[in-house]
Ligand binder design. Structure first.
Ligand SMILES: [Zn+2]
Length: 168
């Protein structure tokens, strides 16, 4: 930042206080070069977060849309609305924490796919089948294997072999 009077960037803050009912910080600054004083405001940037779809088009990130997809995946499963709501919020926070204004749709899917198995495995498989589109059955089987590998890594005891075809 430069002094509006002399253009020097040798500035100091002489006062900081919340403004606009705590949504921003007002700072009184003084130029060390010419002594002139001026005020700056610091606000949280709330830019729209855009999702880049496969075809290259952009769409504003929608909490509702993410939540609807999760609800569909978890239909008739022992998953609470709160769990899904929290996951949808976590997805948004994680994306916003990157500080970028655009994210590929695949990142949204990956975050959800990483978190869903901890909530419900059937919901995960359903979500994955829509998200990955499973044009090729081997891709679907690989996803099942991935899930089983994850389970095996989490438990130390030997689990009995399960049918590789999930009952969806
Ligand atoms: Zn100055």
């Amino acid at each position: 930042m430069q002094c509006p009077n002399c253009g020097s960037d040798d500035l100091k803050v002489i006062d900081s206080r919340p403004a606009e009912s705590n949504t921003c910080i007002r700072r009184r600054r003084e130029c060390n070069n010419c002594g002139s004083r001026f005020t700056t405001f610091e606000r949280i940037e709330r830019t729209p977060l855009l999702v880049i779809k496969r075809d290259g088009t952009r769409q504003e990130f929608s909490h509702e849309k993410v939540l609807r997809g999760l609800i569909r995946s978890a239909e008739k499963r022992p998953v609470s609305a709160d769990q899904l709501e929290k996951l949808a919020s976590d997805v948004e926070s994680e994306l916003r924490s990157r500080g970028v204004s655009e994210v590929p749709a695949s990142d949204v899917g990956e975050i959800i796919m990483n978190a869903l198995p901890d909530i419900d495995e059937v919901a995960y498989i359903r979500y994955a089948s829509v998200y990955r589109q499973f044009e090729d059955p081997t891709v679907f089987l690989r996803e099942i294997e991935r899930l089983r590998g994850r389970n095996n890594a989490e438990t130390t005891e030997n689990k009995p072999e399960t049918d590789p075809k999930p009952t969806i």
